[in-house]
Design a binder for this molecule. Structure first.
Ligand SMILES: *Cc1c(COP(=O)(O)O)cnc(C)c1O
Length: 328
């Protein structure tokens, strides 16, 4: 089906703003920096999963489901936004979180509780199995479950970022702005894959550079096939015959630090620069890592100094409140 015909619910006002990072550009003395503010999607403190959930919940409603199930880490932004979106659209929500019950929930976990999601705890490598068990239990209880994969990165959710690229292209055309490179945090891959497919469909000629956040996928080689698979499945859903290969994607995996959700000095500097120069908050897990990587690439002279670089802010700001002891 064409993108405008796919089932969708509205969870946020769009478009999100594009801003100039004037002070940061000056400070780094490199390419001109812009930012796309998907941290300002207006559901429950924002983030990239909202665009995916518009299509995922559209599909769930069409299939007459009444309970969403998804999984993630203890501070998952995706789980927080799924819980919030379920409330807004009149669905129940069960989450499968890797870890164990915190005595005093904070950050995203606090918000999961506020939105009334039922939480099922498990080990990180048991997430898929636990989701399947929850689905079985819900069916036995007479509910109609709808399972959303980790990060919402299947061919249904990824459409949200195909549409986001259409939005960006319209915005920059109206601004008479050429963007040479988009830099985006990449983890489960749907955001990066959707933008790349959208670029092909809507004629964005710049580079889309993913910065990997998640150490589980070690090195470039192991993740590129996943990006191609997501993009191809999404292209098929949109009845496009575009075919992606592993070398259709630009992914850098050099900024994994001590592992997933373990921020270090690079992330700390990125949070400080963006807050104190621009009044913009980053989340320690995803966006501070990606911005830290971007800053390092600029310092290394990776980009031409007359280029325009757009950082796609994918949100994650509520993570800050779970990292208070690390920050101070
Ligand atoms: C999930 C997430 C990402 C990564 O998006 P994927 O589509 O999973 O690759 C980036 N930033 C934030 C804040 C996220 O929550």
């Amino acid at each position: 089906m064409k993108i405008d015909q796919l089932p969708k619910v509205s969870l946020t006002q769009l478009k999100t703003p594009i801003e100039v990072l004037k002070n940061l550009t000056q400070k780094l003395n490199g390419p001109s920096l812009y930012i796309k503010r998907d941290d300002l999607t207006d559901l429950a403190l924002g983030g990239n999963k909202t665009r995916k959930l518009e299509y995922l919940i559209g599909d769930a409603k069409q299939k007459r489901a009444n309970t969403l199930i998804t999984a993630g880490g203890i501070q998952s932004n995706h789980c927080r936004l799924t819980a919030a979106a379920a409330c807004k659209t009149g669905l129940d929500c069960e989450l499968v979180l890797a870890g164990s019950k915190a005595e005093k929930p904070n950050g995203n976990l606090l918000l999961d509780e506020i939105f009334g999601a039922k939480i099922n705890w498990c080990e990180r490598d048991q997430r898929e199995a636990t989701m399947n068990l929850v689905v079985e239990r819900l069916q036995q209880e007479g509910k109609r479950p709808y399972m959303i994969p980790v990060g919402g990165s299947n061919e249904v959710g990824t459409v949200g970022y195909v549409a986001a690229m259409k939005e960006l292209k319209e915005q920059i055309d109206a601004m008479n702005l050429t963007i040479d490179t988009i830099v985006v945090a990449s983890s489960s891959g749907g955001t990066h894959a959707g933008l790349q497919l959208g670029a092909k469909l809507f004629g964005f000629d710049g580079t889309i550079l993913g910065l990997s956040i998640d150490q589980v996928k070690i090195g470039v080689d192991s993740f590129l096939p996943v990006l191609a698979k997501i993009a191809n499945a999404t292209a098929e859903r949109l009845e496009s015959d575009i075919v992606f290969r592993e070398d259709s994607f630009q992914l850098i995996c050099d900024y994994l630090g001590d592992g997933y959700a373990i921020p270090g000095e690079m992330e700390r500097e990125a949070i400080q620069l963006l807050s104190r120069l621009e009044g913009i908050l980053l989340g320690p897990v995803y966006t501070a890592r990606a911005m830290g990587g971007l800053i390092d690439l600029i310092r290394q002279g990776y980009f031409e100094s007359n280029h325009n670089i757009l950082f796609w802010h994918t949100g994650g700001v509520p993570e800050l409140f779970a990292y208070n002891e690390w920050i101070c």
